[in-house]
Design a binder for this molecule. Structure first.
Ligand code: NAP
Length: 382
């Protein structure tokens, strides 16, 4: 909406250059300077001279909330935004809340610990009582509690206070388990979306671009609003640039045990081992340090949940153990060969060594044999 402006009424009677016609400013102008003749203090009595003052219009289109454009913009944003309730506002819940708020969604949260201050800092409304949270009728409820506590949380959650078309989403790192407990405890009217953002506060610190986001639409109703709500939620991650991967929960768990669980296990082994940075770190060593950094921030409960609730994890742990044992055998096997050769196989070398020792005993250190007589190719007498 362009502003129509007339200066006719403000120009003095004897103005040398009166501006009388309405002035239409181009919509693209944000600021425009106009020479406006104003009477000097003297001119008030003499009316002879006018001083020229430069006026600047800084804004020509300050849309008001009641303007049509504002209403349209509000409707558009509202149609895109969701009211999301996060259950479990620990490390990961807060990490996700940041992105949700940044994208303009309304975020509310509940946790057994009082996170009011942390929530306020993120623009999130915190409810200590889950009944109050439900009564504010979120469209999406996001289960972000630890794997091992999730079943207990669902068992005691006041679902009856939520709307019947609520979309329930989880971000648990094990998917078959999450799907099973959600289908077991959630009312049948609720939609169920199982997801796993395959990144955390460390790996997704700067950006989520290119990072995998796995999801399985376990139970989404046919109606347009239910489908669109689910798409709007998934769109949060697409907009951040995630690589969206639709996959069944079972398939996710098979892949995740071989990748994610092994990553966490190795990170924890190396942490226990006590890796330390040195002034001559190689690139490979830096990778190991990064691995420890990436996994050490996660709670042990998370790691334990990955182990306990992914049926494939035990097999992977055993494979890791076997692989470690195989490497140890390979190394010790080689060492054993050399040792045997020294003891039994390399008689000539052994004779030379005993001869050298005898000579040293008789003549002291000067009784060394020439190098040609002492060295053998495998270094057994070096
Ligand atoms: P976590 O240790 O797995 O979970 C911590 C959360 O669980 C906190 O909100 C905590 O609430 C809640 N909790 C723990 N025990 C509880 C109980 N007995 N009753 C009620 N709530 C309980 O650490 P996290 O990193 O925040 O992970 C949260 C979820 O996100 C997990 O399911 C995890 O698999 C998933 N996830 C994590 C990552 C990651 O990189 N960290 C990535 C993808 C998915 P209080 O703080 O109030 O005690």
């Amino acid at each position: 909406m362009a502003a129509a402006f007339s200066f006719a009424s403000t120009s003095p009677k004897n103005s040398p250059t009166p501006i009388s016609s309405p002035l239409f400013l181009p919509p693209s102008s944000h600021s425009i300077s106009l020479p406006l003749p104003l009477p000097s203090p003297l001119s008030l009595s003499t009316s002879t001279a006018a001083a020229t003052v430069s006026l600047r219009i800084r804004c020509i289109d300050a849309a008001q909330p009641f303007d049509y454009e504002s209403q349209l913009r509000y409707q558009h944003l509202k149609s895109k935004s969701l009211k999301i309730a996060i259950l479990g506002f620990g490390n990961y819940g807060q990490f996700l809340a940041k992105a949700f708020s940044r994208q303009g969604h309304t975020v509310i949260a509940h946790s057994r610990t009082d996170y009011s201050a942390a929530a306020a800092a993120l623009g999130v409304r915190f409810y200590s009582n889950p009944h109050d949270l439900c009564e504010s009728h979120p469209e999406v409820v996001l289960l972000c509690t630890s794997i091992l506590s999730s079943e207990k949380v669902l068992q005691s959650f006041p679902f009856q206070r939520l709307k019947r078309n609520t979309l329930f989403v989880d971000v648990l790192s094990v998917k078959e388990f999450a799907k099973t407990i959600m289908l077991k405890y959630l009312p049948v009217e609720f939609d169920v979306l199982c997801t796993h953002p395959m990144f955390g506060p460390e790996s997704g610190k700067h950006s989520w671009a290119g990072l995998p986001f796995v999801y399985d639409k376990v139970r989404i109703g046919n109606s347009e609003d239910r489908i669109s709500k689910c798409e709007k939620f998934l769109d949060i991650f697409s907009r951040e640039g995630c690589r969206m991967v639709e996959m069944s929960c079972a398939e996710h768990d098979r892949h995740a045990a071989g990748s994610q669980f092994v990553t966490h296990a190795m990170g924890r082994v190396l942490e226990k081992f006590g890796l330390e940075s040195s002034p001559i770190n190689t690139k490979g060593y830096e990778t190991l340090l990064n691995l420890v950094g990436n996994t050490s921030g996660d709670s042990f409960e998370l790691f334990y949940g990955l182990f306990l609730c992914n049926p494939n994890a035990m097999e992977q742990l055993e494979r890791l153990d076997m692989a470690f044992e195989a490497i140890r055998k390979e190394l010790f096997g080689k060492l054993h060969q050399v040792y045997r050769k020294q003891l039994f196989g390399d008689l000539e070398g052994g004779q030379v060594e005993s001869f050298r020792i005898q000579k040293m005993l008789v003549n002291g250190a000067s009784g060394k044999l020439p190098p040609s007589e002492t060295s053998s190719e495998d270094g057994s007498s070096a």
